[in-house]
Design a protein around this ligand. Structure first.
Ligand code: HEC
Ligand code: HEC
Length: 316
């Protein structure tokens, strides 16, 4: 309905402008004929262009798709424990604004331009998930689509899809173990503003990480660089600290994070203390943009794995 409306506005405006340019063209008054007619024709062309970009945006908004998943998670104690570790150390950065996994964080406020509203969903049984199958939740985490196959914009920008199949099962087990809590969040949880839609149509907003239907297997747990590489692959460090973790690039969607290569000169204790206290070895207090609180909730083994990985970055 809303989509039809924002498309109807440029179409109606363009039609009106074409009509007035024809009217102006037919008059005998030269100024009105050439000036008014030309201006109206030019405006009609501009408005038509905006309409085309909007239409492209609408097309991209509905283009994402991935097959449904059939799945029933066992929900063992081990799964719940592992799922909680992933949720506490990652998902909670966005989903625990008002309480444990109760959502309510407006990510739209953190973008430099008003591209829309994106409120993190309540993932406890008070939210939509109580009506979703385990397979629906799996597809949302892996491929950024909701139960109805609608694009979950922010989810598709995160690296949550890189979690291994087993880790996603564990997260589902954990979410299913939570008590209902908090306010219900709106459904759908996100919508682009007309500006966001134009930017999407013009290719200025990403369409999300590519979807995948393969199996993802994690390396075995341990304080190794290999396991650290896996953790960093599903965490969003690169969205802020850059693809090579050598610092973000101006113009990226995420907040600009600094070069992480100096971490190799820190001791593991100093690295862990930075993420657990929010103060780095130089006494510098980290700002709000760095999600050190959720990251600092990871256990020693996991933090050491990340440290090992960062200390052995190629070229670092
Ligand atoms: C960067 C912030 C961020 C992170 C990290 C994040 N989410 Fe989300 N999530 C959102 C937002 C915002 C939405 C609302 C829809 C959208 O725009 O993606 C959402 C929606 C969802 C939904 C759809 C719920 C619904 O009612 O439609 C599920 C399921 C979900 N997230 C699970 C997770 C899980 C599990 C994790 C961790 C593995 C996670 N999210 C990590 C921000 C985040
Ligand atoms: C949403 C963006 C974002 C994400 C995600 C993020 N960071 Fe950061 N990080 C920042 C910003 C911004 C700073 C600088 C904070 C400041 O100095 O106020 C920072 C600072 C740091 C620092 C301190 C650097 C120093 O020299 O003081 C470390 C270490 C760090 N991040 C590691 C990580 C790791 C590891 C991950 C992933 C597991 C990660 N960050 C994820 C944005 C992010």
């Amino acid at each position: 309905m809303f989509e039809m409306l924002i498309l109807a506005i440029p179409i109606a405006t363009a039609a009106l402008l074409v009509w007035s340019s024809i009217r102006a063209w037919r008059t005998k008054k030269p100024l009105l004929k050439w000036g008014g007619g030309g201006l109206a024709a030019l405006s009609a062309a501009v408005v038509t262009l905006i309409g085309v970009v909007l239409l492209t945006g609408l097309f991209k908004l509905h283009a994402r798709s991935a097959p449904t998943v059939t799945l029933k998670v066992a929900g063992t104690e081990d799964q719940i424990r592992r799922g909680q570790a992933v949720a506490d150390g990652f998902c909670s950065a966005c989903h625990s604004k008002t309480g444990r996994m109760t959502g309510g964080l407006e990510i739209g406020k953190h973008f430099p331009v008003p591209i829309g509203s994106f409120v993190s969903s309540n993932l406890t049984p008070s939210g939509e998930l109580s009506r979703w199958s385990d397979g629906d939740i799996f597809r949302a985490i892996r491929n950024g689509l909701d139960r109805d196959g609608r694009w979950l914009i922010i989810m598709s920008y995160t690296n949550a899809g890189k979690l291994s199949d087993e880790d996603i099962w564990a997260v589902i087990a954990y979410l299913r173990s939570l008590p209902a809590a908090g306010q219900t969040t709106s459904n759908p949880p996100d919508h682009l503003s007309p500006l966001g839609l134009v930017m999407l149509g013009a290719g200025m907003l990403p369409t999300g990480k590519p979807t995948s239907s393969g199996t993802i297997i994690a390396p075995s747990h341990g304080a190794t660089a290999q396991y650290g590489e896996y953790i960093v692959s599903y965490q969003d460090c690169r969205e802020c600290h850059g693809q090579r973790l050598t610092g973000g690039m101006p113009g990226q969607l995420g907040p600009l994070g600094p070069d992480l290569t100096p971490v190799k000169d820190w001791t593991f204790e100093a690295f862990a203390a930075t993420l657990r206290t929010g103060v780095d070895p130089n006494g510098h207090a980290l700002g709000e943009d760095m999600p050190w609180k959720p990251l600092g909730r990871m256990d020693d083994e996991t933090l050491r794995a990340i440290y090992e990985y960062l200390a052995h970055l190629p070229g670092g």
